[in-house]
Design a protein around this ligand. Sequence first.
Ligand code: UDP
Length: 332
Amino acid sequence: MTDRDRPVLVTGGAGYIGSHICKALARAGYLPVTFDNLIYGHERAVKWGPLERGDILDRARLDEAMRRHKPGAILHFAAYTYVGESVSDPGRYYRNNVCGTLTLLEAARDNAVPYFVFSSTCATYGIPDKVPLGEDTAQNPINPYGESKLFAERMLRDFGAAHGIGSIALRYFNAAGADPDNEIGESHDPETHLIPLVLDAASGRRESITVFGTDYDTPDGTCIRDYIHVADLADAHVRALQHLEKSGAPSSAAYNLGNGQGFSVREVIHAVERVTGLEVPVVLGARRAGDPARLIADSAKAREELGWEPHIHELDEIIRTAWAWHQREPRR
Ligand code: UDP
């Protein structure tokens, strides 16, 4: 058996984060098998292994894919991720993110897949009492999206205890940037994330960027977030998988993934102006419901236990990779 014969099932592997993980997995000697319904994912982003087109709610398709590829692990990214939509249409989020994850876990159990890495989020914490946030911060999500991810984490814990599935939940802060080789990047439709929207405003794809709130208790009045490069996230997933394989224990654990540094919305806009050399038209707007003033990760546990270290710290460098992708990618 060669290294390339180590198949792993990557649900949502055609999406923004999932596709970067597939590239990192292939580099580490795994064969990433993408399982994706292509509702939000892009077939052109599946470059490092086969594509199994299917929905995580479709148990028969999951069984078929697992029987065909015999994955040694599942990395689970398939999810709906629009916070606002989760408030207006919670059923869509609970069905896909909770029932979908349950269907996948039952398929993992019945097909004897021993390891599971889950794409979780700092949205499971809600509005924190203090920053930076460690993993022991109380998890009190404030929207159905965050609730759905927390439910999934709890199912992982219980499936670990009952069925011996070893799992790691990785709670990301603000995923940003694009593949440094510019092969893949962020192409959401609709796009709601700050950095690609500011790049759109810089390049004239949209008229302006609206700053959601200028009266927060922060130095410049705008919200502070911890932007973590998607390639660093990808590296953490490979390490999480290797950690599970090495320990062999059916335990469940969670790790926060961030740079540990916060940047305000205004700082992001200025960084885009520096990187692109273009002026960004800005509109100062009202707060968006449910936005905490500051979210900054304490990732000490991932550093200690997974040996993970983010390599792309500078905001300008993160934005440079996103800008390169923005210039390459055809209009959304
Ligand atoms: N934001 C903004 N204008 C936008 C989109 C986002 O001011 O058009 C702000 C948002 O309020 C938050 C930060 O940018 O403070 C990052 O938002 P994003 O939606 O990218 O990620 P989130 O932190 O919500 O996961």
